[in-house]
Design a protein around this ligand. Structure first.
Ligand SMILES: [Cu+2]
Length: 356
């Protein structure tokens, strides 16, 4: 009896001493929401009780002091925000919202630009900007020398972001360009550092000589980007690698192409995998016997290759192969022309054979 009471006391205190952390963590968002709601209520209350009562009803015409130009009010920022919101919503949700958002944004920007130009044209009494100072910087003033690194950095980061979206080689090239830019920037800073040390005694830093445009680097970067795009799009399928990125996948390496003609000893290679032929087009020599090396990669599934003429009659019917197993078919000479090849088990597995 006493033990039971003691146990229930222990059980009760246990809940206080060892709380259910997972449950408490789940309550955090609700707690935050309650805090925010309370804060909003408090703000509204403060705002409602603060004087004067006529706030927000009168508009003041801006009257900037002479020599100061204040841009007139514009709806463009609000419209641009709406357009950007539509565009981002469209990117998330997909569909026509993307087009609408992009159209609103572009129209708004054009309108904004026209507003700015009109404002510029009506600016009376424009003070000319001070003429550029050539030659060495005045004593006691340190000007950082001109640099192309920011532009290179922007280009590198742009490629990097495209790489994040499209993946594959583009990402590698983006990372490489960004790293090269940052290393170059570091080198510039290192070159400038001894000059600042010397300035401790002389009180003056000579600006670095303006660099020339890195034409070679820009060309190399452009070539790398083009190469990455070519590899990503699978125009040049990389042999034996799967580094083609997401856009390159789904397109198994085409076989039986150029190597298929001429009756090479291996013959034409066709694989069956996932109830699909690896290639939809094969070429064979005309009027010559040829071989098809058929590789069924589907475990426990039967495939074969039959060749049909234009009327659908079977000219060749290869042996049935239960995967995973490879088999070489010897095909008798076919006159030049196009034929259909099929798997007799799966009607969706078809392709075209060209003899010529
Ligand atoms: Cu089949």
């Amino acid at each position: 009896m006493l033990e039971q009471a003691w146990n229930s006391i222990l059980k009760f205190t246990e809940q206080l001493v060892i709380p259910d952390w997972a449950g408490l963590v789940a309550l955090i968002p609700i707690g935050l929401f309650v805090l925010v709601a309370l804060w909003l209520l408090w703000t509204v209350r403060r705002f409602a009780t603060a004087g004067p009562t006529s706030r927000g009803k009168r508009r003041l015409t801006p009257s900037p002091p002479p020599g100061v130009h204040a841009a007139p009010g514009s709806m463009a920022p609000i419209l641009a925000a709406g357009g950007a919101a539509l565009l981002i919503g469209g990117i998330v949700a997909g569909g026509p919202l993307i087009v609408i958002g992009a159209a609103v944004l572009v129209l708004t920007l054009l309108y904004w630009g026209r507003e700015g130009l009109r404002d510029y044209d009506h600016l009376a009494h424009v003070e000319p900007a001070p003429a550029a100072i050539h030659g060495p910087t005045p004593h006691g003033i340190h000007m950082i020398g001109p640099s192309f690194r920011p532009i290179l950095g922007a280009l590198g980061v742009t490629v990097l972001f495209f790489g994040l979206v499209f993946g594959g080689w583009l990402l590698a090239v983006g990372v490489l360009l960004t790293i090269v830019t940052l290393l170059g920037w570091l080198r510039d800073a290192r070159a400038e550092y001894p000059l600042t040390v010397a300035a401790d005694t002389s009180g003056h830093i000579e600006a670095l000589t303006p660099p020339k445009w890195p034409i070679g680097l820009l060309w190399a970067g452009a070539l790398l980007v083009v190469g990455a795009l070519v590899l990503n799009l699978g125009i040049l399928p990389p042999k034996g690698t799967t580094a083609g990125g997401p856009s390159g996948s789904g397109q198994p390496p085409a076989s039986g192409g150029p190597s298929g003609s001429g009756g090479a000893p291996g013959g034409i290679a066709v694989a069956a995998e996932g109830l699909k032929f690896s290639t939809a087009e094969i070429k064979a020599p005309a009027d010559k016997p040829f071989k098809i090396s058929f590789d069924n990669k589907d475990a426990g599934i039967q495939h074969d290759i039959a060749i049909l003429d234009s009327k659908g009659s079977i000219l060749f019917n290869g042996a049935d192969v239960t995967g995973p197993k490879a088999e070489t078919y010897d095909v008798k000479p076919l006159p030049a022309g196009t034929y259909k090849f099929v798997c007799t088990f799966h009607t969706n597995m078809t392709g075209e054979l060209t003899a010529g």
